[in-house]
Design a protein around this ligand. Structure first.
Ligand code: APR
Length: 320
């Protein structure tokens, strides 16, 4: 079988890291695309030259023309601008919405059968707009946020208890923003829910709440430290987990920004929920039972995503 083709639309910090990971994991050949001339070409050549050292076989190329993504199996979109200190993800909306329009047209023309993973922020609104601009099936357009948010939560929990990250599972629902909903009841250490660990005296309720808050602020903490941009290693790793599940039909259960068709009482919007990702794209949205407080937090998060969608409609009236 010929190698799969993975198109990375946006060749900045996340795009370059994605290309490196795709090559190291031998998921397929890589096309890096960007409007900046030389950047995708330079990054692809640099990574290709690490191939003999690492021992991977993958073709890498860079382009400034959408024709290069023709026939891609997967498109991962990071085109746009990242946050600077003091900015929220929502501040990026105006610029990145216009970028999504161009990217959607490029994908529609050259890679209409691909599985599209959007990373560009503000995530839930951008992936919604990208699906509309591209016209691709809703199950084939998905946003990366939940894998990253839950990885941040897992890291903090593993660190707190001095246990392996492998034995920590975490669930984060809702929009990728300050209103995200880390669910302690469904997050575990070796299957024991965090709420039980509070009862067992492993951690106080207050300390757990502080970890939850640090998870919500996880992206801003890194923006504040880096000063010139936002996180890229963990976001790239998270999108690769989603791409791998699609390409290998692994059917992993991953929290993703998916299109809801009535699940959780919501319709016609993208927001973070647990999904099965396989060869058909988003094969299933898993509806977990929420208690009153969790549902209220989820509703608040959805309302903030809807506010961003409304702002998008104000800029691009074609978006219904
Ligand atoms: N078409 C294609 N590429 C574009 C366009 C466009 N219209 N506009 C900008 N780009 C490219 C830039 O040239 C740059 O190389 O997108 C790339 C973005 O890279 P970075 O600035 O390094 O940003 P990065 O850290 O990779 O984050 C990208 O992901 O997490 C989100 O908030 C983050 O929205 C941001 C995106």
């Amino acid at each position: 079988m010929a190698r799969r083709k993975i198109a990375l639309i946006g060749s900045g910090m996340i795009g370059g890291t994605l290309a490196h990971l795709v090559a190291l994991k031998e998921l397929g050949d890589v096309v890096l695309f960007d409007i900046a001339e030389g950047t995708p070409q330079g990054k692809s050549l640099d990574i290709a030259q690490s191939g003999p050292v690492e021992g991977f076989d993958a073709k890498l190329s860079g382009a400034n023309d959408y024709a290069a993504i023709e026939g891609a199996d997967v498109c991962i979109v990071t085109a746009g601008v990242p946050r600077k200190p003091g900015m929220s993800r929502d501040d990026l909306l105006g610029i990145n919405l216009k970028v999504m329009e161009q990217v959607g047209a490029g994908i529609a023309k050259y890679a209409p059968d691909s599985f599209v993973i959007c990373i560009t922020n503000p995530l839930d609104a951008m992936v919604w707009a990208l699906q509309k601009f591209s016209g691709l099936p809703k199950a084939k357009v998905v946003g990366m946020a939940g894998v990253l948010d839950s990885a941040r939560f897992r890291h903090f929990i593993a660190d707190e208890f001095a246990v392996s990250v492998e034995d920590v599972t975490a669930f984060v629902l809702g929009g990728h923003g300050d209103t995200m909903v880390p669910l302690t009841r469904y997050s575990t250490v070796a299957g024991v829910p965090l709420t039980d660990l509070v009862k067992m005296g492993w951690v106080t309720k207050e300390r757990l709440e502080a970890i939850v808050q640090r998870t919500r602020d996880g992206g801003a903490e890194i923006v504040g430290l880096l000063k010139t941009g936002s996180a890229y290693y963990a976001p790239a790793a998270s999108a690769i987990a989603m791409a791998e599940s699609y390409l290998k039909d692994k059917k992993r259960v991953l929290p993703c920004a998916a299109n809801l068709k009535g699940e959780y009482g919501k319709k016609d919007l993208y927001v973070g929920v647990p999904c099965v990702i396989g060869a058909e794209g988003v094969e299933r949205v898993i509806e977990i039972e929420l208690n009153g407080e969790e549902q209220a937090q989820f509703d608040k998060s959805v309302a903030s995503v809807e506010g961003l969608m409304e702002a998008c409609r104000g800029i691009a009236p074609g978006l219904k």
